[in-house]
Design a protein around this ligand. Structure first.
Ligand code: MSP
Length: 485
């Protein structure tokens, strides 16, 4: 039996609309989910994304938009995000919403297990809290001015309140060892190192895991204490467990569990989350890919700077698959990457309109004109049949396993360039010998067939279009895959 693979994105705050940063994380997860479905079978992959609907950030946004009923507000947001992901063919198996009743129950039960294990105590929190991050700021979170490096000064307030705390240093040695032994794999190495060096500094404070209800009412009640709600980050992390429970997919937690996230929430995922899991008696996830950030025209993506790009804007200009391709071509693998409007156009024209699109047009035109009958190879088991392209597939496997989607693109585009070169060298338009021509065009179409298969995780719609063209009774050149911009 094949191994089960569970792939997650962070759940995004339901206080705004999706932008290309969120689209990036979700697309990475989608591409991986599609790849693993090909390799391990559809039934062995489970992919979730969704919304983090509780907490002050959401409450404030709802009020600002005139909603008294916050659930009504998050219902609207959920539809918006789901549509954005549907419109870009994100193949999630479950769309998470933390207002789901079962999620709330699972979060409470999870905390009860931590209480039972003696890891929770009540104390006073006094310090800074950032509403932008929904986070209690420790010294290491602050910049030189004593502010949150990610949010406006007015989003950071001093608070003093009674909270339940989690004994954060208890599991630190175990987690450290598991990261060192690669039992928890963190990609890339710089993000693994970031966690190890922060653990090495020592964990000096406990972590607040609740808020007083009179301050944060929009949340899940803390178990056995009506006066407190569960700190939003705690229940958010537990979504990774509750989503499986809600859908009767618990077996996926025993397989490979891959969390995809941005660098801003590395500590939450690779230190706090495993601490919770150990405390509540769960097995740990197996790996995380922590990407850097996309900036736009050299600046942090922000509403106030007016440089936000939405997935819809991208797909309106470049098509769905164009949007997916361009976002991955800008993958901030271990440094931030800078999205420049002009370069998006250039890249689109070069790689898609002139590259793949033009190649498909050239070959199908030649076949149509020659009226040659093509014999398609049987590639129906392409991904699983070792005798087909094993070397190339091994390369892709290594790329995928290391989350190097930039290299996946590079290796596939090498294949495209090689086929282009083959056509140029063979000059089929000059070949009059029918047998020779048949041979050249058969090679070309079958290679195109392979390309259509291997681009599926990245560009599922284009893959299907190419397959439809080459599998048709007679191959015709009629569809323009990518219109130049
Ligand atoms: N709700 C929490 C996550 C809880 S997960 C248990 C949260 N939400 S968020 O809406 O702020 O989304 C954060 C994630 O969005 C980042 O970790 C990253 O994956 C993605 N990105 C947001 N802005 C981004 C960029 N500018 N660039 C790339 N990804 C970014 O944090």
């Amino acid at each position: 039996m094949n191994e089960k693979i569970y792939i997650t994105t962070p759940i995004y705050y339901a206080n705004g609309s999706p932008h290309i940063g969120h689209f990036l994380t979700t697309t990475i997860a989608d591409v991986l989910a599609r790849y693993y479905r090909n390799i391990c079978g559809k039934e062995n992959v489970y992919f979730t994304t969704g919304l983090d609907e509780h907490g002050t950030t959401v409450e404030v946004a709802a009020k600002k938009e005139g909603y008294e009923d916050y659930l009504e507000y998050t219902n609207t947001r959920a539809l918006e995000w789901q549509k954005a992901f549907d419109d870009t063919t994100i193949s999630y198996d479950y769309f998470v919403r933390t207002t789901n009743n079962t999620h709330e129950r699972v979060a409470q039960e999870f905390i009860k297990k931590m209480v039972k294990n003696g890891d929770i105590y009540k104390a006073k929190y006094k310090g800074k809290y950032c509403y932008g991050c929904e986070k209690f700021l420790t010294l290491s979170d602050l910049n030189e001015q004593g502010l949150c490096p990610l949010h406006r000064a007015d989003q950071v307030i001093e608070i003093e309140e009674d909270n339940y705390f989690f004994n954060l240093d208890k599991y630190a040695p175990i987690i450290e060892q598991k990261i060192i032994d690669n039992e928890i794999k963190i990609y890339p190495e710089t993000k693994r190192h970031a966690i190890l060096s922060r653990i090495a500094l020592g964990i000096k404070e406990g972590l607040s895991i609740s808020r007083p209800k009179e301050k944060v009412s929009w949340g899940t009640p803390f178990p056995d204490d009506d006066g407190q709600t569960i700190y939003v980050w705690v229940e958010a992390l537990i979504n990774y467990i509750s989503s499986l429970e809600i859908n009767n997919k618990n077996a996926f937690w025993d397989g490979k569990v891959i969390h995809i996230l941005g660098k801003d929430i590395n500590w939450f995922h690779n230190f706090i989350w495993p601490s919770f899991l150990l405390s509540a008696g769960y097995k740990l996830y197996t790996e995380t890919f922590v990407h850097d950030f996309l900036n736009v025209e050299g600046q942090k993506i922000s509403k106030s700077l007016g440089n936000v790009i939405t997935p819809k804007q991208l797909s309106d200009r470049y098509g769905i698959d164009g949007a997916r391709y361009l976002i991955l071509a800008n993958l901030p693998y271990k440094n931030d990457s800078n999205v420049l409007h002009e370069l998006l156009d250039t890249k689109f024209n070069a790689d898609l309109a002139n590259g793949l699109g033009n190649l498909v047009a050239r070959i199908t035109k030649l076949v149509e004109k020659s009226a040659i009958k093509i014999r398609l190879e049987d590639l129906s088991a392409y991904w699983t049949n070792d005798s087909l392209d094993w070397e190339f597939k091994l390369q892709l496997k290594l790329d995928y396993e290391a989350f190097r989607l930039d290299l996946v693109l590079a290796h596939i585009w090498e294949k495209i360039a090689t086929l282009d070169k083959y056509i140029n060298e063979q000059e089929p338009w000059k070949v009059s010998d029918k047998e020779k021509l048949t041979q050249i065009l058969n090679v070309a179409i079958n290679e195109l067939y392979r390309i259509a298969i291997v681009i599926e995780p990245i560009m599922p719609n284009t893959s299907k279009k190419i397959l439809d063209i080459i599998k048709a009774e007679s191959i015709q050149h009629k569809v323009i895959l990518f219109e130049r911009v």
